[in-house]
Design a protein around this ligand. Sequence first.
Ligand code: SF4
Length: 673
Amino acid sequence: MTVQTLRSACPLDCPDLCSLEVTVEDGRVREVNGGTLTPITDGFICGKVRKIADHLYGETRLTTPLVRDGAKGSGRYRAASWDEALDLVTARLKAIVARSGAEAILPYHYGGSNGWLSEGALATRFFRRLGASNLDRTFCAAATTAAARGIYGVVPGVALEDYVHSKLIVLWGVNPNATSIHLVPIIDRAREAGAKLIVVDPRRTPLARRADLHLAVRPGTDLPVALALIHALFERGLADEAFLAAHAAEVDELRRRAARWSLDAAAREAGVAVADLERFVALYAAASPAVIRCGWGLERNRNGGSAAAAVLALPVVAGKHGVRGGGHTMSNGDAPWTVSSEAAIGAPPAPTRTINMSQLGRALAGARDPRIEAVFVYNCNPAATAPNQVAVRDGLARDDVFVVVHEQVMTDTARLADVILPATAFLEHRELRRGYGAMRMYDSRPVARAPGQARSNLELFGELLRRMDLVRPGDAMTEDELVASIFAASPHGAELRAQLDADGVARVPGPTDRPVLFVDVQPGTPDRKLHLVPEALDRAAAATGGLYAYQPDPATDAFPLALISPAISTQISSYFGQLRRAEVPVELSLEDAAARGIADGDEVRVWNELGEVRCAAKVSRDLRRGVAVLPKGMWSHHTRNGNTANALIGEDVADLGGQATYNDARVQIARAT
Ligand code: SF4
């Protein structure tokens, strides 16, 4: 028996990028604990990854290729060899290319694991060279990334560790207790040192309960609230005019657009007290350093891009940058790493059509030219995670759509596949990854043996490139070659490689690993200015009236409740969904439950024009009136009729980035009869 404790890092879609200490017995993971190489991990990790052995060795783990042996969705499969399965896949793909062209093939993937090797190296090369349809990845961060890059360019925000220096922390549309647990003790330390805390969230989250100010805004009204705060700062002489004159552009245009919203009007629209908005202005104007942690909750509605832009403009208007612990944090994936997976892909984007992943149901149902005849799914579970769930499942279940799924466990999507290919998990293959919260990079070697015949994304797509005759001379194909190609293309590649080899972790290049805007780094825009009404964003939002134009609440008498689907601590995506056996309830407020005669535990229907969910009700004191919650990441076995929140969410996208609008459904709820 060999027992070893080995270092790794967690590439799951989470800002914290924990360093891990993995105890392995004869190639099997026995225990996972937090390491210390990422400072904010500080020796502890979330329960999800601590119990990852349940995922790796559970009964739903896929260990052999499977070929459908019954009607689609019947769950009947027979085991096959890799050769047989890949012969079938390549024969079907070649036939589609010959008959309809490669655009009839849609690769469908997301960030189940955010590493550059498993997410976008050989898989992307394969589909680009094949000439398949492109996929616009819009489930998360599409609107916020557009907004942040429009205003700031590619530049890191405030390091999470630097929140200890802040005198005011604003958490806007983010619940760190579920999605970034290592930020919580940092906030606690800041508060012990006297920092104030403001939380903007329709729910009373754990940190909202302890906040100095909680704005429980109606979903979708972050935009008028942020614009009203900006207007108040300008109007009351609290804007930092000297900073704006030196570092910002389109100041007067933002001043003009924000003037549409007084604090009174925004308070009415958002359903909050005007006194609370007054308090926000006073606290924010007075504090320095003050940081806004802009989350991903506010982008998931029709106004999401403009809302994120307005929130990210606040620290510019108030002049909060330039001090440690002051400014904003959006995604720190925009730190100056100067590395990119494009070098590993080694193939330019194909000039083929692009399909928005948040409109898969529409794409599969429509008579597109060419019609989608094959969907190749990896790192993703669209039957559970894509909007318009009923249409997505119907589309994937069509006999004339060939579905291949490369997966670790039997998911809702895998059950609709024609061919299932078993995938390795992150502890079983090499992964290169940089964080989007913690500014660290890891090159993690496999620490455990994959069960059965599971193969990595690189092994699978390397084989498909060969079988489809898409390998070119000089292509990087192995893990070593791909990693080397990424670093070779970067001006900091040698420095990063040396750090990884010496320390097992790399820090962001530059004079400090916690860069401060205007001190260590400058805005990433071409003219180094902060653009408050970027022309490109204004153009992109033209269809909805331009940047900062507000689209009002779409509630109707028939569907009066706003449904949101936030992450929960056991699931920030659909990953690990098989491990949750308990049903998920829909949460609604005391007032909304009483008005409908609903008590805790009652079976209810939640419905709108797209579909219906049947589940238990949970009456919550932590929700404002008019809002219901069904968490994200749920699978069909978590409700009584197999539908989850996504059955109620439409395919209309936000004002920027083609962003999915997971927090924008309007529904009705009643006791089931
Ligand atoms: S999911 Fe997040 S908190 Fe959990 S181990 Fe991974 S990085 Fe850490």
